[in-house]
Design a protein around this ligand. Structure first.
Ligand code: 25A
Ligand code: L14
Length: 346
């Protein structure tokens, strides 16, 4: 993107699991940056990060930090976004927010570029980046939605610990080491719920991501329900989700069952997926090839495999969808939106 007009960019939450990936992508993709501001809490202020060979000092995020900023990329948790994104927008920055703070707010576009980039252009200063599990699912299902329509989705997720930030990554490493050393594992972070109740994630699977809501589903599960409808622009799509944390560092996997509105041809389904932008079909049973979380780490695409016809429902279809939750699920989707906006403003 070198030939574009250069812009001033702020990354809020620059020291976090997502923020660090955003910085790496801005560098790798030659994002047209005039000035880069790296913002975090006071704890990290004064530390330095190398960007394009130059040292950038991390500053504490404050309302005044956004003077002269064109694009502000937020990934410091919902509370910080609620407080600072309106301040940044007021100062003329386009905010792309990775938290759940504004996603369901009317007038705030919720954007996956492969699905609804047109919505992003309607923004009033804030664009929301969807939940990671939702992004990879809707990106993969979009070509099928366009061709056949979708009645219903039933999804179970197998989510990596990095979604809950650096402290959860550290916790998985420490617990694994302790268990292998014959010590009692300490659990202080996961699950992240209302109560200070935590379970070891090492050698385990925890069927709770985020807090429980009144209907018995977790907030993470309800994000998949509500965000899917908003991104696809179709309130009639029925979604039910079960979100499970597993002891994987990065890379969310999903078992997705979808009921299409029209009869489908399995070969056509596979070729629609294979030809969709940002989607890679990895589906060769003769060679035992299917997407694996470990293979998808560091990649920008969404990977789909195990595509097969349901045995009971004539329009039912099963698949396995995997992507790097810190990249397409967060940092890449954010940088991608910014790149597309810059391209359109040329
Ligand atoms: O509210 P939500 O939407 O549910 O989001 C919750 C969390 O999910 C992550 C993100 O965590 C967020 O905090 N997240 C958000 N969107 C995501 C997405 N799409 C997502 N995860 C996946 N997909 P995170 O760990 O990635 O990022 C946290 C960053 O937020 C910065 N931050 C915190 N408070 C801030 C703030 N920035 C500005 N102002 C504030 N008041 C945080 O920066 C981090 O960058 P930091 O300065 O706290 O630096 C972290 C460094 O400091 C150490 N540390 C952390 N906590 C403490 C600490 N040291 C001492 N005491 C502490 N209490 C860390 O080790 C690290 O080195
Ligand atoms: O809503 O803990 O974007 O894995 C996604 C990751 C919330 C936390 C979001 C996790 C975050 C979630």
């Amino acid at each position: 993107m070198e030939n574009q007009m250069k812009v001033n960019v702020a990354v809020v939450g620059a020291t976090g699991a997502v923020g660090q990936q955003i910085i790496r992508l801005l560098e790798e993709r030659n994002f047209p940056i005039a000035q880069l501001k790296l913002l975090a809490s006071g704890r990290s202020a004064g530390k330095t990060v190398t960007f394009n060979g130059q040292e950038v000092v991390i500053e504490e995020a404050k309302p005044e930090s956004f003077e002269g900023i064109h694009y502000a990329l937020f990934s410091a948790g919902g509370a910080i976004s609620k407080q600072l994104a309106p301040e940044a927008a007021k100062r003329g920055a386009v905010c792309i927010d990775n938290t759940s703070a504004f996603r369901m707010e009317e007038g705030v576009p919720l954007v996956v570029p492969e699905v609804n980039m047109d919505a992003a252009h309607q923004h009033k200063g804030i664009i929301a980046n969807p939940n990671c599990s939702t992004i990879q699912m809707v990106a993969a299902l979009k070509p099928l939605y366009d061709r056949y329509g979708i009645d219903r989705i039933i999804v179970s997720t197998y989510q990596a610990v990095s979604g809950a930030g650096q402290s959860a990554i550290n916790e998985l490493v420490d617990q694994t080491r302790d268990i292998l050393d014959g010590k009692e594992p300490q659990a202080n972070i996961l699950p992240v719920g209302k109560l200070p109740v935590h379970y070891p994630i090492a050698f385990n699977a925890i069927p709770q991501i985020d807090v429980f809501t009144d209907n018995g589903f977790t907030f993470e599960e309800m994000k998949m329900v509500n965000e899917t409808k908003k991104i696809m622009g179709d309130e009639s799509i029925q979604v039910a989700a079960t979100c499970v944390r597993i002891p994987v560092m990065s890379g969310h996997s999903e078992s997705v069952y979808v009921e299409l509105k029209e009869d489908y041809d399995l070969d056509e389904v596979k070729s629609l997926i294979a030809n969709a932008p940002g989607i890679v079909l990895v589906d060769n049973l003769d060679e035992q090839k299917y997407p694996l979380a470990a293979d998808c780490v560091g990649k920008l695409d969404v990977f789909v495999g195990r595509v097969r016809r349901d045995l009971t429902h004539p329009r039912g279809l099963h698949m396995w969808i995997v992507s790097d939750n810190l990249l397409k699920g967060a940092a890449w989707n954010t940088v991608q939106i910014a790149e597309e906006l810059i391209k359109a403003n040329q």
